[in-house]
Ligand binder design. Structure first.
Ligand code: ATP
Ligand code: MG
Length: 421
């Protein structure tokens, strides 16, 4: 026989257990509540898609496509990829299901795991969760601002404060070439000062040089042309109005001329939300406009705006926040004897139907052990039922927080509990 093997979760992938899971669930609930008020409905797409969807959508010369995708061939010889992000899938779904025939804007959110073969570190995993939001069919800067306001409300309602909204515009197909030309001219003079990645990006994806973290590249960028100085009239006006609406909706923001985002599909508005309490991986949300992608995927010309929230990083922030609620049982019923055990099982069902979390002890355990268990579970109340109580038709109760105690008629447990707060 082979020796027993101990398995571990794949590198960079994690289990989520209580108490963290309560933070996750609260975030999911809050997201649903806030997003639905803005007309967002859920879209569920497969976690794998054809590889070409991502290489076309995200762009060949991006970190994700060059280095980070989990790609495999299925038994039918198709090249499939575990989704590294959600926008390409959402656009594929929008086009495939002809959602453009429905009234605009069509607003969807999704929630689920994404996969990127990255170097695992705090805040960076190989399987991570994103809450993604995509709105199709409006090019209005008011929509961009409205969705940032929605994001802000979601973050605030989740208990997250101290987040910085940074915005930029990276222009459109008409004006970006002019900016790229100016950028290449500027950087061309100091090419050898760029890191190896950026020297490659210089010809493949020069915009990305603007957000490279290497110190040489940062140094060289000082004095580089700004994309917002090269916007065409349409993009300029869009960016101005976007800021106007942000102010109207009371969304605090700052301009970041170097924020360009790592995916090729963006046009005009780009933004990131960062936290000061997260160390190196400090971006909790990123997104922007992608007015050309629906068309590129075979749909009609459809402007769109979206963003993705990195859930692990929000959970990390909330773990640092005081006062996280951990659910605990409302009642632990300790039992003495088999007859009492049966009665407790029935009583527990009644109380659960009313919405309480109820745990029932086992008559094979001593009362002392049952009470210790109730304590470890932090139950709010302990009920005790034994032969004496059964004969008298009563239940003994004890509140663990202050040791208050008493007894109540068995038939009155529901009203006792409904009046307990
Ligand atoms: P980063 O600059 O942190 O690599 P990114 O530009 O790759 O982010 P997006 O692809 O736009 O980010 O993803 C949106 C959000 O998803 C990020 O702001 C971040 O919160 C989260 N995220 C991205 N990659 C990871 C990862 N590997 N692990 C955990 N969260 C991630
Ligand atoms: Mg990344």
């Amino acid at each position: 026989m082979c020796p027993a093997e101990k398995f571990r979760a794949p590198k960079g992938m994690r289990d989520v257990l209580p108490p963290d899971i309560y933070i996750w669930q609260k975030l999911e609930k809050t997201a649903f509540e806030v997003l639905s008020r803005y007309g967002f409905r859920e879209m569920r797409t497969p976690v794998v898609e054809s590889t070409a969807l991502f290489s076309r959508g995200i762009g060949e010369a991006t970190d994700i496509v060059e280095k980070e995708m989990y790609t495999f061939e299925d038994k039918g010889g198709r090249s499939l990829t575990l989704r590294p992000e959600g926008t390409a899938s959402a656009v594929r779904c929008y086009v495939e299901n002809q959602l453009y025939n429905l009234p605009s804007p069509q607003k969807y959110y999704y929630w689920g795991p994404m996969f990127r073969y990255e170097r695992p570190q705090a805040g960076r995993y190989r399987q991570f969760y994103q809450l993604g939001v995509e709105a199709f069919g409006s090019d209005s800067p008011a929509l961009d601002a409205e969705l940032l306001s929605m994001l802000r409300h979601f973050l605030l309602k989740s208990g997250l404060e101290g987040l910085n909204f940074q915005i930029n515009s990276i222009g459109c197909r008409a004006c970006r070439p002019d900016f790229i030309k100016a950028l290449l001219e500027y950087l061309g003079a100091g090419l050898e000062g760029l890191c190896a990645d950026c020297r490659r990006r210089y010809s493949a994806n020069p915009l990305r040089i603007l957000d490279c973290k290497a110190s040489g590249c940062q140094e060289l960028r000082k004095g580089a042309p700004r994309v917002t100085d090269h916007l065409c009239d349409g993009c300029h006006d869009h960016f101005d109005k976007f800021q106007h609406y942000l102010k109207l909706l009371d969304v605090p923001f700052s301009l970041n001329h170097e924020m360009v985002r790592g995916l090729d599909y963006y046009t005009r508005t780009t933004f990131e939300v960062t936290s000061e309490n997260l160390g190196a991986q400090n971006a909790v949300t990123a997104g922007g406009r992608y007015d050309g992608l629906v068309r590129e995927f075979g749909g009609p010309d459809t402007p769109a705006f979206g963003f993705a929230v990195g859930m692990e990083r929000l959970v990390e922030l909330l773990r640092q926040a005081p006062g996280q609620d951990v659910p605990r049982p409302g009642i632990f019923i300790a039992v003495i004897g088999e007859r009492a055990h049966s009665e407790a099982l029935l009583t527990a069902e009644v109380l659960r139907a009313d919405g309480s979390w109820v745990e029932v002890g086992e008559h094979t355990a001593s009362l002392k052990n049952q009470l210790r268990k109730a304590d470890r579970l932090s139950a709010e109340y302990v009920f005790i039922i034994g032969d004496e109580e059964l004969d008298a038709g009563s239940i003994k109760w004890k509140r663990l927080s202050d040791s208050a105690s008493g007894s109540l008629p068995a038939a009155g447990v529901r009203s006792f509990l409904s009046g307990r707060r």
